[in-house]
Design a protein around this ligand. Structure first.
Ligand SMILES: [Zn+2]
Ligand SMILES: [Zn+2]
Length: 421
């Protein structure tokens, strides 16, 4: 028998955390935060010390709570790809910095983060990790560099936890692993269970045409994106269509890019990225920012949801001029300045609140599987039992799956622990 508890990402995105208790071992899959809540929210605490954490990828909604174990004095080995370790280090330190700027002290210290990083164990895709209850294997999830499906065979049960995944190739990385083992229990993300993505090509073309039109007006084009994966993807799109204008990169994406380029084996075309990066100028100071916006240029900056980071500086400088453009390249979480801007045309962040005159457009360069492929993925695996998490519509998704004959459930706060024989 095993017991599976869902300690986060229940009917929402954020604070992913799953506990699998095999009777002899406690196995934790991801331990994230609800990033955009101030202060950030952590998963429901795990009862007792876990034996292992297996980490699907570096994004804070999966990794942001990892240092809480060290803060409690628990040394727990964290299994992940090396690339995930490096990106997690960057994001955890940044989360402490951002919280301090907001006047919040997180319940763990920089020292706890360092100790957590020392407890990491390297995993490679398709490598078997033996544990007392059975074995664990990571497969490429195609979401960001280093992202993984986590497959477990414990007490005779075959479990697949998808983490976040993508079934289509992007310019940066390949799609997820297609040859997966048979699965009894599937724990699946549901971010886009309610909608399909527009074609990549249409989004790329629109991006390029906005840039061309903006530059033709002698204006600045500001592109907001996530530091890990997204802005590197955008750089590759720009390279494909030819970069013959000043192109700048600002914010945490600089360090994330340096990490990602280290792991060539995880990239679809590392040489192309290297080639493209030669045309990108990194911004390190306010003086350089001022210089960058003095001429027609394209500026890539974090944060992707306009919630802090250098993008705020650029918006303040550029928003009054209707010739300038602002492109959002990702999904905007409810309540973030990005979402508020799309709904109201106003930029609202901390003590700032003003109307934006520059052109604003959101494009979809999502790294998550879209609705149609999500259903195809489930059908192909045809597991005995499905748990739907990590999405705003997990209950609708589970009910649609039940209509198709699957045994599916969306764990809820009052129904989140399941015993499986
Ligand atoms: Zn993710
Ligand atoms: Zn996620």
């Amino acid at each position: 028998m095993i017991e599976i508890s869902f300690n986060g990402a229940l009917t929402c995105v954020g604070a992913s955390a799953i506990l699998i208790d095999t009777g002899i071992e406690k196995i934790v899959l991801d331990y994230g935060t609800k990033v955009r809540e101030v202060p950030p929210k952590f998963p429901i605490p795990i009862n007792g010390k876990p034996d292992y954490v297996f980490l699907s990828h570096a994004h804070l909604d999966h990794s942001g709570g990892l240092a809480l174990f060290e803060a409690k004095g628990e040394r727990v080995p964290v299994y992940a790809l090396n690339c995930t370790k490096d990106l997690t280090e960057l994001l955890l330190h940044d989360s402490i910095k951002v919280s301090r700027e907001e006047g919040i002290e997180l319940p763990f210290s920089r020292e706890d983060v360092l100790k957590t990083l020392n407890a990491f164990e390297n995993v490679n895709y398709k490598e078997e990790i033996k544990i007392r209850s059975g074995k664990v294997i990571f497969f490429d999830a195609g979401h960001i560099p280093g992202s993984a499906f986590i497959y477990l065979e414990v007490n005779g049960k075959k479990i697949l936890y998808t983490g976040d995944f993508n079934t289509i190739d992007t310019r940066l990385i390949n799609k997820c692993e297609k040859k997966l083992p048979e699965v009894d229990i599937l724990i699946i993300e549901s971010t886009y269970s309610d909608r399909n993505h527009p074609s990549r090509k249409s989004q790329e073309k629109e991006l390029i045409s906005i840039i061309n039109e903006t530059l033709a007006r002698d204006a600045n084009c500001l592109i907001a994106g996530f530091a890990v994966g997204r802005l590197q993807e955008i750089i590759l799109v720009l390279e494909k269509y030819g970069i013959d204008y000043p192109l700048y990169l600002d914010g945490m994406a600089k360090k994330a890019t340096t990490i990602i380029t280290k792991y060539k084996e995880l990239l679809k075309n590392p040489n192309e990225l290297e080639e493209a990066l030669r045309k990108v100028r990194y911004i390190h100071s306010i003086k350089e920012r001022k210089r960058a916006i003095k001429q027609p240029s394209v500026i890539l900056a974090t944060s992707g949801m306009l919630h802090g980071g250098p993008i705020v500086w650029y918006i303040k400088k550029l928003h009054k001029n209707f010739l300038n453009s602002l492109i959002l390249t990702g999904w905007q979480l409810e309540g973030t300045p990005g979402k508020i801007l799309l709904e109201t045309g106003k930029f609202v962040y901390e003590n700032l609140s003003f109307d934006i005159k520059m052109k604003v457009k959101r494009l979809d360069f999502s790294a998550h599987v879209g609705r149609e492929d999500l259903f195809k993925f489930v059908k192909k695996l045809s597991p005995e039992k499905i748990f739907c998490i990590h999405g705003d519509h997990t209950e609708e998704f589970a009910s649609e799956l039940r209509e198709k004959g699957f045994d599916a459930i969306a764990p809820l706060a009052n129904n989140r622990i399941f015993k499986i024989d």
